[in-house]
Design a binder for this molecule. Structure first.
Ligand code: ZN
Ligand code: ZN
Length: 249
């Protein structure tokens, strides 16, 4: 009886350890991924510390991003980041949330539960979660909430794209994913210092140029009025100069 109890106790402790230790043996502490948005801008842009990139895309059932959107995102990463070791995308479906809206704390808790790709050796890991609902602020399509973490709100994206008279779904997904990525790359003035003044005084950490990818509207439903002809916005020259000055291409 006593022996069984002891075994059970030992087993529980071991199970507890392995659960919190599902990263590769040589991975940096998860603490690396708990910094503020923009804190890893130089690590992402340059090859100084990390020579390759692994992108983990997790999605709730029915909200996997379209292949065209991910292809566009990866081509932007290839164009701007110095990663001679290449880039890899891994997908994983995660269970649906039963909440219609999620707060940033709830999103961070889901990331902690499900994320598997962390920075390891010379490879930097970044994370996207596509949810089945919206954000606590209903007009928001996506957020970048840590140095390697982004969330896109699948239902809000679906409700505002792909229908008659609406923008194409893959273009909207690409626009929002690339805008949030821009924040991870330190735009605007959160990790990649401004080379010329172009920060929007009314919308912190965004670009003042209306047709730039980093214009504030790119992550809210307000973008729908700014996507003429369904084009995916690109970084303007001011944002590009910031990225290049911080180790990017
Ligand atoms: Zn933004
Ligand atoms: Zn800009």
């Amino acid at each position: 009886m006593r022996k069984t109890l002891l075994h059970l106790l030992v087993f529980t402790i071991l199970a507890g350890c392995s659960k919190s230790d599902n990263e590769p043996a040589n991975a940096l502490p998860v603490a690396y991924h708990n910094k503020g948005t923009g804190a890893s801008a130089h690590d992402l842009l340059s090859a100084d510390a990390y020579t390759s990139l692994k992108i983990e895309i997790q999605y709730m059932p029915g909200y996997r991003p379209q292949d065209a959107a991910v292809t566009h995102l990866v081509s932007l990463l290839n164009a701007r980041l110095n990663k001679p070791g290449g880039m890899q995308v891994v997908y994983r479906e995660v269970p649906a949330s039963d909440k219609e809206v999620l707060s940033v704390d709830e999103i961070a808790a889901l990331e902690k539960q499900y994320r598997t790709v962390y920075t390891s050796g010379k490879e930097l890991g970044i994370y996207f979660l596509f949810t089945n609902g919206g954000y606590t602020q209903s007009n928001v399509l996506g957020i970048a909430y840590r140095n390697t973490s982004m969330c896109l709100f699948g239902k809000t994206l679906h409700d505002n794209s792909g229908g008659v008279g609406q923008v194409s779904r893959s273009n909207l997904q690409a626009t929002v994913a690339e805008h949030e990525l821009g924040h991870l790359l330190g735009l605007v003035d959160i990790g990649s210092p401004m080379q010329t003044p172009h920060k929007d005084p009314d919308h912190g950490n965004h670009c003042s140029t209306q047709d730039c990818l980093m214009y504030y509207a790119s992550e809210t439903t307000a973008i729908l009025g700014f996507l003429p002809g369904n084009d995916i916005p690109v970084f303007d020259n001011a944002c590009l100069a910031d990225l290049q000055a911080n180790g990017g291409r």
